[in-house]
Design a protein around this ligand. Structure first.
Ligand code: CDP
Length: 246
């Protein structure tokens, strides 16, 4: 068994709350184990100043940040090199499905805040953001979903925790995982086009293991996609009942 009792191909528990914030145009709370993320969307609205507008499509702005108290070592408030990079890769993944050309001269703002981090925050952020965008009614070709897979010691596992990411470096080796360190491969996936829209890697891995991890990651993304669909359907079913009663 893994540190938290999961099987190697098992995701952490997922909790989704759509429309979590009152004041944003769309929002979502997304928890995967102890990684907790909230996303809020504003827009589409006309972009000011005018010279930044694109006459052919909307501009997507994404801001990822970890809250000061989300990590064991107090994080200084404000952007970092890491948060700027993550904002960019998350934006690229989201842009692959959002129909930006429907809203020329506009801007869509996506604000993502990590409330509690236990690894996998970029993937949880993509999941929270796409749900918030759906909640805001932004048209997209498909939902995308994301999760990391990788190798811990000698095992190929899905959805690594921070303890697993630190295996063999700060966390001692044990019999279950075997000798070695950890390699983490975040993947975001578009199930409609069977397309990978984000792929990164932290660590080293042999080709055969990489392919196994990819397969596991895509399987995880497909499971999360189903959870997302269920959450969206549930929310909009409730709304329609309320409307009928009103
Ligand atoms: O979160 P993600 O796995 O997408 O990105 P990472 O840069 O590989 O960070 C892995 C984990 O390290 C985060 O999820 C946090 O749990 C932890 N971390 C931290 O404790 N303090 C930081 N300043 C940055 C990351």
């Amino acid at each position: 068994m893994r540190f938290d009792g999961r099987m190697d191909d098992e995701l952490r528990e997922i909790e989704i709350r759509i429309g979590y914030l009152d004041n944003a145009d769309g929002s979502a709370y997304y928890r995967q184990g102890n990684t907790v993320v909230v996303a809020g969307v504003y827009g589409p609205r006309l972009l000011h100043p005018k010279h930044l507008q694109d006459p052919k499509k909307a501009i997507l702005r994404v801001q990822y940040d970890m809250l000061t108290f989300s990590v064991p070592e107090r994080k200084k408030p404000g952007p970092t090199r890491r948060s700027i990079e993550l904002s960019k890769v998350i934006r690229k993944a989201l842009e692959s499905v959002i129909m930006l050309e429907e809203f020329p001269r506009s801007v869509i703002d996506v604000y993502i805040r990590v409330l509690n981090a236990d690894a996998g925050t970029r993937c949880a952020s993509i999941n929270a953001a796409i749900l918030a965008l759906a909640d805001a009614g932004i048209p997209m070709k498909s939902l995308i979903s994301a999760v990391a897979a990788g190798k811990v010691g000698q095992r190929i596992v899905l959805d690594l925790t921070k303890m697993e990411e630190d295996y063999g470096k700060f966390v001692p080796e044990n019999d279950y995982y075997g000798p070695g360190t950890a390699t983490d491969i975040p993947i975001a996936y578009n199930p409609l086009d069977d397309e990978i829209v984000l792929l990164q890697m932290d660590g080293e891995i042999e080709k055969e293991d990489f392919l196994k991890a990819m397969e596991l990651g895509i399987k995880g993304c497909k499971e999360i996609y189903q959870d997302m669909r269920k959450a969206i359907k549930k929310k909009y079913k409730v709304v329609s009942i309320e409307e009928n009663q009103g």
